[in-house]
Design a binder for this molecule. Structure first.
Ligand code: XMP
Length: 326
């Protein structure tokens, strides 16, 4: 039984030993694991670490600011943000098929991250330094699942793609390899990682891109971001964050239904609420959110989000439904 302070002291010593005076790079996703891993490495080697955050435009409201402002000021991490919003929107234009969207988002993400890596490598090389290390937020359950692993790999295993130049070879730094999720959260809190990040629920890499059923456009993203923020607000205010594993909020952009508001007929889109309870996301049950909370969410979304005239609740367990809609 280790305290978070002891885990931190031990990992800081290990990281220092592994990295020496080498340069380290870390991709931040906005999620818990990469943030805590980065904070640990920062604690160990300071500005030898550079974090890269790709804004693909599929993030939820305030997520970029939480990383750029709150995370950076709380941890002192050196951060490079890449604004790739236009690039992703352009690549996604006209695409409705879920698998297609996932492929495009994955491909653009890798491209963007690698370009950031190359830029950084060039910058460091100019300063006579070499980037030899890549931080990964691998947790103990991931290690077990993948059958152990060695702790060293090149970037191919990181990105799961082939065909990369050989000069992009990194040694992995995986300071969370012995930890479970709740320990990661404790360590994060001890390191001062902001609570909005430490307590964050799982969010898929492809982000809101796979929560819009239909084509992804900026207007639809904006609408979904507003609805999602209301849902998160109200669930948190109702004290349901522990009971709910995650609550995808989905925009049925290809569906419209008739409604009435004020004096007029509306013809808007439905928003789906998908609150689920789960241990590990492999199976899940729909969460019995109290009716009053659902009522508040429904009222707020239909009043505050233009273009949405209906809120529906997904009451499907997993299986047969997946947690995400796409
Ligand atoms: P499903 O929809 O398969 O989701 O029941 C299970 C869990 O995985 C998350 N998820 C993803 N996470 N990249 C991720 O990092 C993805 O492409 C992705 N797809 C689904 C989902 O949010 C849920 O927690």
């Amino acid at each position: 039984d280790w305290t978070p302070g002891e885990i931190i002291a031990e990992q800081v010593a290990r990281i220092r030993e592994q990295v020496g005076d080498g340069q380290v790079i870390c991709g931040l996703s906005g999620g818990v694991d990469s943030a805590v891993a980065a904070a640990l490495v920062q604690r160990a080697v300071g500005d030898q670490l550079t974090c890269v955050f790709v804004d693909h435009g599929l993030l939820r409201q305030d997520e970029r600011a939480q990383v750029e402002r709150d995370f950076v000021s709380a941890t002192g991490v050196r951060l490079v943000t890449v604004d790739a919003r236009e690039q992703f929107l352009t690549a996604l234009a006209g695409v409705s098929d879920p698998e297609q969207k996932r492929k495009i988002i994955g491909r653009e993400f890798i491209r963007t991250f690698e370009q950031a890596e190359r830029d950084l490598i060039a910058e460091k090389a100019g300063e006579g330094e070499r980037i030899g290390f890549l931080v990964q937020g691998t947790l103990y359950p991931d290690v077990v699942e993948s059958g152990g692993g060695t702790g060293t790999a090149n970037i191919k295993s990181h990105h799961n793609v082939g065909g990369l130049p050989e000069d992009l070879e990194f040694e992995l730094v995986e300071p969370l390899r012995t930890l479970f999720k709740d320990e990661v959260r404790q360590v994060g809190r001890e390191l001062g990682v902001p609570e909005v990040i430490v307590a964050r629920q799982p969010f898929p890499g492809p982000g809101l891109g796979i929560r819009i059923v239909g084509e992804v456009t900026e207007a639809r993203l904006e609408l979904l971001r507003r609805a999602d923020a209301i849902v998160r607000d109200e669930l948190t205010a109702a004290g349901l964050d522990d009971e709910i594993w995650q609550c995808p909020v989905v925009l049925l952009a290809d569906v419209r239904s008739v409604g009435v508001q004020g004096d007029g007929r509306t013809y808007g889109h439905p928003i789906v609420l998908r609150p689920v309870s789960s241990e590990d996301a492999m199976t899940a049950d729909w969460t019995r959110v109290p009716y009053e909370v659902l009522a508040r969410i429904s009222n707020r979304i239909t009043n505050e989000v233009d273009g949405v005239n209906r809120v529906v609740l997904d009451v499907t367990s997993k299986p047969p439904g997946t947690i995400e809609w796409e």
